[in-house]
Write a protein that binds this ligand. Structure first.
Ligand code: PHE
Length: 451
């Protein structure tokens, strides 16, 4: 069967934006900013985006568009040896790990959306009550497992419908709703009494809170949030034709992703400061602080529903993109039909996600290197496998394939843009060959405790 392609570059762009915008923007970014020096963290994060994650993203999309295969096949095609196809396979497996812990986590969001619809999360009288409710939910194995399964079924449904009718149409519908809901929350936040304090907190850098760990965290976040390093862009790029401009998609993806992270932080902090709550609550920020604030507001019910709907949609468009490399692998390499590949990958993702979904209930005593199962999977993927995948992508493009032929291919689809902005070629050459590999190497060594 002929390989499916995107219906339009815009559709591909929205799918890539949908992949990038997820729990990392709406849940993780605000609390990382809160815990790591406000604007100081944002500045370091923006630098790492420009120096590393964007060049990695472009390299991956280029690998995919050129080879028109899943990550394993694409690495074999361009690298030519079993070492490179093995590396591609590792990237596919990283996608499997990411999609399983991500689904377990996103299941909680779906669970909270149901709680919001029932009215529970807008009727708390204190933060202690909200926190006790959260504890009672996550300590129930059936709640965690049930919503992990329900979330995965929603994603499998989109994926089953195919690249055009499923991913592309799904993102075209879900992304505008997501923008709209976020805008409503930002406007609401800005009109609240603590808006000034929230904004001041976001805009004033606190450099005393910055350590080497902050830098590493910012790097990891910039990677994860763009869905770089685990085959998503290779796979999404493989559904493109050479006439499609990669730069005209990758740069807007990075910009849109950053704007959404910043807007999410504005919404969260203006609302949190207005209620006098602490901005450094970690995950609790969205599971107990915000629900307590929603409970105090008029229209809190609607706000709570909108908020969890926003996070749920963001998670669906990310999860499908984390699963697609595995599906493409099963179709390209193992000759499975798309429907069997979707079913197969959903079953394995579900099974792998079970220990993650039970991490705060019956498996809470079980620890791997001092982390519970969910945090251990998150750590291994985010701090080791994803940087390794990104590292492999820039090495393949910059050194194995060769930066000159690679950039020549990249020019296709947008030759005028390159003529008007010759600095793009210098920037990409320098970052893909030197800056990105060196800095990713650093993150990796830090994660392993070598430095
Ligand atoms: N970028 C997604 C987020 O911000 C997560 C993700 C990572 C999705 C890797 C797919 C692949 O939540």
């Amino acid at each position: 069967m002929a390989r499916e392609t995107w219906r339009s570059t815009l559709g591909f762009g929205l799918a890539a934006i949908g992949s990038a915008i997820g729990l990392a923007n709406v849940v993780k970014f605000p609390y990382m900013v809160g815990n790591n020096g406000g604007a100081a963290f944002i500045i370091i994060y923006l630098l790492s985006l420009a120096a590393i994650s964007v060049p990695v993203l472009i390299s991956e999309a280029l690998i995919g568009r050129t080879a028109r295969l899943n990550p394993c096949g694409a690495f074999r095609h361009l690298g030519g040896t079993s070492f490179w196809s093995g590396t591609g396979l590792m990237i596919v497996l990283t996608g499997l790990i990411v999609s399983s812990f991500y689904s377990a986590l996103a299941g909680w969001i779906l669970g909270y959306l149901i709680e919001a619809l029932k009215g529970t999360v807008s009727t708390f009288t204190s933060i202690e009550e909200a926190s006790a409710h959260y504890q009672s939910l996550i300590s129930s194995p059936w709640w965690g497992l049930g919503f992990h399964l329900a979330f995965l079924l929603c994603c499998a449904f989109v994926l089953y419908s195919g690249v055009r009718r499923g991913i592309e149409v799904g993102c075209e519908i879900m992304m505008p709703i997501l923008f709209l809901v976020l805008l409503i929350l930002v406007i609401k936040g800005l009109s609240m009494p603590g808006a000034r304090d929230g904004l001041r907190f976001l805009l004033k850098p606190d450099w005393s809170a910055v350590t080497s760990t902050t830098v590493i965290l910012a790097l990891g976040q910039s990677f994860f949030t763009l869905s770089a390093g685990q085959g998503t862009m290779i796979t999404y790029g493989s559904y493109l034709s050479e006439q499609d401009s990669l730069l005209k998609v990758c740069i807007p993806v990075a910009l849109a992703d950053t704007v959404i992270s910043l807007l999410a932080a504005v919404a969260v902090f203006t609302i949190v400061f207005s209620s006098g709550a602490e901005p450094t609550q970690g995950m609790g920020l969205i599971f107990h602080t915000l629900p307590t604030v929603f409970s105090e507001l008029t229209g809190g019910y609607v706000l709570a529903v909108l908020f969890f709907l926003l996070v749920f949609l963001a998670a669906v468009t990310s999860e499908i993109s984390a699963m697609e490399p595995v599906i493409a692998y099963l179709v390209d390499e193992k000759g499975l039909s798309r429907s069997s590949a979707v079913a197969g990958s959903a079953v394995v993702t579900f099974l792998l996600g079970i220990p993650c979904a039970l991490s705060y209930s019956i498996l809470s005593e079980f620890s791997v290197f001092g982390h519970n199962f969910l945090d251990a999977m998150d750590f291994v993927a985010t701090s080791i496998l994803i940087p390794l995948g990104g590292f492999a992508a820039v090495l393949l493009v910059g050194w194995k394939w060769g930066i000159h032929p690679a950039l020549e291919k990249l020019r296709m689809g947008a030759p005028k843009l390159w003529e008007r902005h010759p600095w793009i070629a210098y920037y990409l050459r320098f970052s893909i060959c030197y800056v990105a590999p060196a800095l990713i190497g650093l993150v990796f060594l830090h994660a392993l405790g070598v430095i």
